[in-house]
Design a protein around this ligand. Structure first.
Ligand code: HEM
Length: 505
């Protein structure tokens, strides 16, 4: 019981400290330092506290106003951190000096309870070995057969019937939740050869899992934003407040993952399948019994939260841009006619490839609302970035994808507009951008392994859904509030009314 007063004392101290910081927040006491206003002793803390509720937009404004879009963030009592939105710096960090910028022990420690030794949270040999094992799952052959089948089945047997029913009943649905269920079923099928039936709502206790997963990712990332970094460790030690909630939600996530592993091992007939989980279980040299669980949790995060976040923002942007919807529809229609398919028939890999405008629209949405808005690494040895910024050993360094999508110097004066045409050449063919200007899927040796899969999912869903339905997004004129978790989700979901289009009735 003696611990409770200690925690209270710490909380009071933090409060006083924060109050002091806010009181000192006066432009006359500040001077610009690499973009962020810094104060004696308190560093960037007062600015941070005043802007915490709009963190992404605030840091984007600061980086935009700095000549090389790079800023140093000083916070008392913790290591400094650099944020950059300059392509040359990003290339240096993610590729040229890759070995000097691992995730590092501090980043890993924050995410360790949730992600353990999974691919997102490791460096060195353990990462390399996982990447090699996982890459077999994303071969072209697997993409065009197994992944396509999983997407097609989920779409025709679950998503489209669900939307038709919602159209008939007139009920409001949370599209983000539905997309998360879709991508969750998909990634489980692909990676573990298990169908949790989450979209159909008849699965393995998935609603409790979905809530717990959301809470676990949000609270884990919240640890990065503590004013005093050791505070979450104290809370964890005493198992109080948000750390208590985090422990509980991680427990639910782990139980769910264990259940998937149990199912997978019981499923004798599927044993021969070389799915990702089987490959990992049989990988020699990994002697940690929690490891299969880490694999499951990391891949659910990779495959569920990213694509569904991308698609949710995409559908919100479409609701504001009916001209883009019309262009997607005419492209889809044209491809159908070319290959002689009827409405309701699915597209194959080559047919999706023909949809250049749709590829541009999806990429444009990812540019403005990247599912992974920022990526943080740690500097191993002192270094100087291409723009001359000095980085010291142990400093954090963040490649700011969200800010990069909004830089005039990269995308031009209309950088805040949603304009799929910017991705097309003069013949209307999609032209991919340099990954260091557009690091939405990361770049260099740790580039996303699921990029192709994500485009297949997003284009298939978008083509079929846009063709058959109109979405009436509730309160679409107000930009949805974002929930800053590991991925950029829409706070409270995306609520829509669905209408089957007249042409099909
Ligand atoms: C729009 C969808 C997606 C986006 C924007 C995206 C983005 C990213 C980013 C930024 C990273 C680097 C993360 C980091 O190192 O901190 C990453 C890594 C990764 N992604 Fe994706 N991803 C998407 C979909 C997927 C899908 C569907 C899968 C497959 C299940 C997947 C599998 C992976 C894996 C395995 C890694 C780890 C690569 C490594 O560390 O070597 N991603 N992704």
């Amino acid at each position: 019981m003696i611990f409770i007063p200690i925690v209270i004392v710490f909380l009071i101290l933090t409060f006083i400290f924060s109050l002091l910081a806010l009181l000192l927040h006066s432009p006359s006491t500040s001077k610009p330092h690499h973009g962020f206003k810094t104060y004696p002793i308190l560093g960037t803390l007062p600015e941070f506290l005043a802007n915490r509720h709009r963190f992404l937009d605030w840091t984007t404004d600061v980086l935009a106003s700095h000549p090389t879009h790079t800023a140093v963030f000083f916070r008392p009592g913790r290591v400094h951190s650099i944020m950059t939105a300059l392509p040359e710096n990003v290339e240096h960090i993610l590729k040229t000096r890759f070995d000097n910028y691992p995730k590092g022990p501090r980043v890993s420690a924050v995410l360790d309870d949730l992600l353990g030794s999974g691919i997102f949270n490791t460096d060195g040999e353990l990462w390399r070995c996982q990447r090699k094992t996982a890459s077999f799952t994303f071969t072209h052959r697997n993409l065009t057969t197994f992944i396509f089948d999983a997407v097609r089945t989920e779409l025709t047997t679950r998503l489209l019937p669900l939307l038709r029913e919602a159209s008939q009943s007139g009920r409001v649905i949370d599209l983000q939740d539905i997309l998360e269920r879709f991508t969750f079923d998909n990634v489980c099928k692909l990676a573990f050869n298990v169908d949790p039936g989450c979209l159909a709502g008849d699965g393995l206790g998935e609603s409790e899992f979905m809530r717990a997963f959301e809470e676990a990712t949000t609270l884990s990332v919240g640890r990065f934003r503590y004013v005093l970094p050791f505070l979450w460790k104290i809370k964890k030690f005493f198992n109080v407040g948000s750390e208590k909630r985090l422990r509980k939600s991680i427990g639910i996530v782990h139980d769910f993952a264990d259940n998937i592993i149990r199912l997978r091992l019981q499923n004798q007939s599927a044993k021969d399948h070389q799915d990702l989980l089987s490959r990992f279980i049989s990988t020699s040299g990994i002697n940690d019994c929690d490891f299969p669980r880490d694999v499951v949790v990391n891949f659910i995060l990779a495959g569920r939260d990213t694509t569904s976040s991308g698609l949710s923002w995409f559908f919100w942007l479409l609701s504001l841009n009916p001209d883009v919807v019309s262009k997607i529809r005419s492209e889809v229609d044209q491809v159908r006619k070319q290959v002689g398919k009827h409405v309701g028939d699915m597209f194959d890999f080559d047919e999706l490839k023909e949809m250049n405008y749709l590829q541009g629209a999806v990429s444009e949405s990812l540019r403005l609302y990247p599912p992974v808005p920022a990526d943080t690494m740690t500097c191993l040895e002192d270094d100087v970035l291409p723009d001359g910024t000095e980085v010291k050993k142990d400093w954090f360094i963040t490649c700011y994808t969200y800010a990069m999508g909004r830089m005039e110097s990269i995308w031009g004066k209309d950088c805040l507009e949603f304009r799929p045409e910017r991705w097309l050449d003069k013949n209307g063919v999609f032209k991919p951008d340099n990954p260091f200007r557009f690091p939405v899927f990361h770049a260099g040796p740790r580039t996303c392994l699921g990029k192709e899969m994500a485009y297949i999912q997003m284009k298939t869903i978008a083509a079929c859904v846009v063709e058959e339905f109109d979405f009436d997004v509730l309160e679409r004129q107000t930009r949805p509030e974002s929930l800053l978790s590991i991925t950029l989700r829409i706070k409270g979901g995306l609520h829509v009314r669905v209408k089957t289009r007249n042409m099909l009735e």
